[in-house]
Design a protein around this ligand. Structure first.
Ligand code: IMP
Ligand code: MG
Length: 184
């Protein structure tokens, strides 16, 4: 820890070192599984941007990257609305591509349970999910990641791309906020 934001963190769930090791493992596995395929990494902004930047460099086979923005939680609201809308769509044509969705966290699973069928309608060869974090106990939709970094308990986490009210995305570890930060 070495940031002014550290004082708002109650405890660290996944350290920078643990993230580094796990991302390297995921990249190696993906490189093996997708060898010879037309891999397209699709990142969901903004939460997945940090994971995407690290994961794409841990992938050692040729691949494309693309980004989309979907609506999920609004502002400081920490509970799911269940509403999913495409705000910014992909540039790439998905036909024949092996799409790997790169996400920050699979929480209720509502966002991706809507998004995956939407992408599958565009004629890709495959659509799979890679998420750095997962909260299995929160799942509401029938969906699981194909690649997962770490399972975390049912606590609101920030850092490594994940925000609380658009802040803390730039923390290099994943941590739990102190309760008093929410009531400020
Ligand atoms: P879903 O509930 O699986 O649809 O999660 C959708 C999005 O909510 C994720 O991609 C995150 O951006 C956000 N989210 C879920 N849990 C957390 C959390 O603990 N901290 C910060 N953002 C979260
Ligand atoms: Mg978010």
């Amino acid at each position: 820890m070495q940031s002014i934001m550290d004082q708002d963190i109650d405890h660290i769930l996944v350290s920078e070192e643990q993230l580094k090791i796990r991302v390297a493992e995921l990249g190696a596995q993906i490189s093996k599984d997708y060898a010879g395929k037309d891999l397209l990494l699709v990142s969901i902004l903004k939460g997945a941007v940090v994971f995407m930047a690290d994961l794409m460099r841990a992938v050692s086979i040729p691949c494309g990257i693309d980004f989309m923005v979907v609506s999920s939680y609004g502002g400081a609201n920490t509970s799911s609305t269940g509403l999913v809308k495409i705000i910014k769509d992909l540039d790439a044509d998905l036909s024949g591509k092996d799409v790997l969705i790169v996400e920050d966290i699979l929480d209720t699973g509502i966002t991706l349970s809507h998004l995956v069928p939407m992408l599958e309608m565009r004629n890709p060869n495959s659509v799979k999910i890679c998420t750095i974090l997962s909260k299995p106990s929160r799942r509401k939709a029938d969906i699981e990641p194909d690649y997962c970094g770490f399972a975390v308990p049912d606590e609101f986490v920030v850092g490594y791309g994940l925000d609380y009210d658009e802040k803390y995305r730039n923390l290099s570890y994943v941590g739990v906020l102190k309760p008093e930060v929410y009531s400020k």
